[in-house]
Design a protein around this ligand. Structure first.
Ligand code: AMP
Ligand code: ZN
Ligand code: FE
Ligand code: FE
Length: 268
């Protein structure tokens, strides 16, 4: 294992700062890392100097929440120009979508007598997502666990779910390519049985995340086969979120040095 390339910082819904992630990666014996926050690259301001200081290889990454034929799907973007105006514009559109849809979620919760507000969530600069809302519900005693908050209220299709005006897979791939980046399908293992996967596989992706989180190598086989057929890159990562998802460790999944170098042609 050379690098974990699916990791969240507190610039989105992880609990570790970018510097803490860099140091933790080193401590775990990794040589490379990519921080893939939801809809923001804010972490890199801090992560770049921190990684340089200790000689950790850092590849640029991001995770976008998209919609495809009315279904949620996550895309990972890698190796794009960090200063690309088109990526910045896409992130801004996502931040606006989130602000609106988080309010919708809060309203739905309130209608069920769950009294939470966005003012109680402190992530002023970064991305606010459902895990923040779930954590608040847990702290205020409305649920016994984050899982329960998702299973009962916040998960896709549950009573307090709101999707918002999500960006499409097409425009996300296009923007990543415009910024000289690569577009990967994130954790295809998590897509529901009803998801139109065959249609998604027709899109011009550069790769697919075959090795994910705590899942077994058996779960990767189907996606490895598809990657070979399509001549796509394969990726892997833990989806580490820190203490909000305590069962997932940084470095529990990742890529070899060879794959890392194929994905990240430009290091920051
Ligand atoms: P959002 O970005 O607000 O749509 O929230 C998506 C994030 O919520 C994912 O990246 C996960 O971190 C988390 N999440 C989604 N589903 C679940 C679940 N069933 N249990 C716990 N966390 C989840
Ligand atoms: Zn997340
Ligand atoms: Fe995801
Ligand atoms: Fe993720």
């Amino acid at each position: 294992m050379f690098a974990d390339i699916h990791v969240h910082s507190n610039a989105s819904d992880g609990t570790c700062s970018p510097t803490e992630l860099v140091l933790l990666a080193k401590e775990k014996g990794l040589s490379g890392l990519s921080i893939t926050d939801h809809d923001t690259t804010l972490a890199y301001q801090e992560a770049i100097p921190a990684a340089q200081k200790i000689g950790l290889k850092l590849g640029v990454g991001i995770e976008f929440s998209c919609v495809f034929e009315e279904n949620d799907v996550h895309l990972l973007g890698y190796d794009f120009d960090l200063n690309s105006p088109s990526i910045a514009a896409l992130c801004l559109r996502h931040q606006n979508r989130r602000a609106h849809r988080n309010m919708q979620i809060i309203e739905k919760l309130r209608a069920q007598n769950i009294d939470v507000s966005l003012d109680e969530i402190e992530n002023t600069e970064g991305t606010v997502g459902r895990p923040h809302i779930a954590d608040l519900m847990l702290k205020k005693g409305y649920v016994g666990s984050i899982k329960e908050a998702f299973n009962r209220y916040l998960g896709e299709g549950k009573s307090c779910y709101a999707r918002g005006d999500v960006l499409t897979v097409d425009e996300t791939i296009e923007t990543l390519h415009e910024a000289h980046g690569k577009a990967f399908i994130a954790h295809p293992q998590l897509l529901s049985h009803a998801f139109p996967i065959q249609d998604l596989l027709e899109k011009p992706f550069d790769g697919i995340e075959c090795w994910y989180g705590n899942l077994s190598s058996k779960s990767a086989e189907k996606w490895e086969r598809i990657a070979h057929q399509k001549n796509w890159l394969m990726s892997g990562g833990s989806d580490f979120h820190g203490s909000i998802k305590p069962d997932i460790a940084l470095g529990s999944q990742g890529v070899s040095e060879e794959i890392f170098n194929q994905i990240f042609e430009h290091l920051v």
